[in-house]
Design a binder for this molecule. Structure first.
Ligand SMILES: [Zn+2]
Ligand SMILES: [Zn+2]
Length: 463
């Protein structure tokens, strides 16, 4: 009997050891009222998924479900939300919202990311991980946060980006070709631009500076930053004469940080001379809080390799109109964009964007927008989330942009591999390199790129 008891207590101890602690499902309050669900909220990969229909209906929205397309549509007032199961790009009134994880079906109920559900109809969400309490307000008492809008203006085979910040702070990066000047001026006037705080002329090619003289004629400009690279063309001479006549602060040595309230524009380049004019491009990153934009001008792979390692950005203005001379695999893995914008002309003679570059961008999971297919592209952000709207072809599925190619095997993504957690670089087949977890792997196109990034050769594979 004693022995039998011993076995029972042993079984009991084993059972105890096997039972992992179970976290209670989060509680959801809407406007102070606790909601109950048939399928509880769940936490997955650090993100919280909540029942979409129950919460939307509690907010007063009408929800319809299309079983054939696995698509939920919710409407309240003049707001319509459309969300497909498995997709990370639901729309709110046709504007695409980017989700970190897709919505999924659990026991016949749609679960979608918390913040999206809470904010889709203009509400706010507060999540307290300690008490597992989610508090939602369907009618926020305060004004919505000030928006920054980044306009990728369709200027054909050229670049023109207008950054519209709160408090009438306006930045223009490039101005398209000479013939685009009047249209750029009209566009800026239609957006209520009175004066321009900063113009960045990335580099002296016509498709970047050509339209700027017309802009300088139409608006008072406070400050102009360019690459300092001079060029022999008449476009450049006209541009430079206008810059001198404008009387703005003019800086060629452009490595600096400019602040407007909480919004920061970091300019990385300016202390190196290159043979290739495109590599002289002024590269800058707009930091609006949790959302970053990286503007590459026409910078190519060599210039990419000199950027800081910590260059992660939600939105990438792809370098050099999507040419395969830019957007190296190592660089792209460090930026890890969710959205990639290509400013490119319809049927251009250069064959931009290159199919190779498109598939490289697809391989990191970014959604691609192109001015040739989408027209003007506007990204609005409150510094926490962002929404993309386009003038035409609204949601262009990525599969239509480029023939889908399977993700290339790891070995072909770059010649050399390193870890974001160490300073060694390896041949991809190095036994020591193989121990680097997939998430930490970064790629270099060349030994020079790895060394420029501060990496040293591995002693095992001696690359
Ligand atoms: Zn260009
Ligand atoms: Zn160029």
């Amino acid at each position: 009997m004693k022995r039998f008891k011993g076995i029972i207590s042993l079984v009991f101890i084993v059972l105890l050891m096997c039972t992992a602690p179970v976290l209670a499902a989060p509680t959801v309050n809407l406007d102070g009222r606790q909601l109950s669900f048939e399928v509880p909220p769940t936490i997955e990969n650090g993100g919280t998924l909540v029942p979409l229909r129950a919460i939307f209906e509690a907010m007063g929205a009408t929800v319809t479900w299309d079983q054939t397309t696995y698509c939920a549509t919710a409407a309240k007032g003049d707001t319509t939300v459309v969300l497909n199961i498995g997709s990370t790009v639901p729309t709110v009134n046709g504007h695409i919202k980017q989700l970190d994880v897709p919505a999924k079906i659990v026991n016949g109920r749609t679960l979608a990311p918390l913040r999206f559900v809470g904010e889709a109809f203009g509400g706010t969400v507060h999540w307290d991980p300690n008490t597992q309490l989610i508090s939602m307000l369907s009618a926020p008492g305060s004004e919505p946060a000030a928006q920054t809008k980044v306009h990728f203006i369709d200027v054909g085979q050229a670049d023109c980006i207008y950054i519209q910040m709160p408090d009438n702070n306006d930045v223009l990066i490039d101005g398209g070709n000479v013939e685009d000047g009047p249209a750029v001026v009209r566009y800026l006037k239609s957006q209520g631009v009175d004066d321009i705080e900063l113009i960045i002329a990335t580099h002296p090619h016509e498709d970047h500076i050509g339209g700027l003289p017309a802009v300088m004629d139409a608006f008072k400009v406070e400050k102009i930053i360019d690459s300092g690279r001079i060029h022999t063309t008449s476009f450049y001479r006209t541009y430079l004469a206008k810059v001198k006549a404008e009387g703005a602060i003019y800086e060629e040595n452009n490595k600096q940080t400019v602040n407007w309230g909480n919004i920061v524009l970091k300019i990385f380049t300016g202390d190196k001379t290159w043979q290739e004019i495109n590599n002289e491009s002024v590269i800058c990153q707009l930091d609006t809080g949790e959302i970053e934009f990286l503007f590459m001008g026409d910078a190519e792979i060599l210039a990419e390799s000199l950027l800081p390692v910590a260059i992660r950005s939600d939105v990438l203005k792809v370098g050099h109109h999507g040419s395969d001379t830019s957007t190296g695999v190592g660089f792209l893995s460090r930026v890890a964009p969710k959205t990639a914008i290509i400013s490119v002309g319809n049927d251009n003679v250069y064959g931009h964007p290159s199919p190779q570059t498109l598939s490289t961008i697809q391989a990191v999971g970014a959604t691609i927008y192109r001015t040739d297919l989408n027209g003007n592209i506007i990204i609005s952000t409150d510094g926490k989330t962002y929404a993309v709207s386009t003038a035409k072809n609204l949601p262009v599925p990525i599969a239509q942009l480029v023939t889908p190619e399977p993700m290339p095997p790891a070995q072909s993504r770059g010649l050399y591999m390193g870890s974001s957690k160490s300073d060694k670089f390896h041949y991809p087949n190095c036994s020591s390199g193989q121990t680097i977890s997939l998430a930490n792997r970064i790629w270099f196109a060349s030994e020079a790129e790895a060394i420029a990034m501060g990496y040293v050769p591995c002693k095992v594979c001696k690359p």
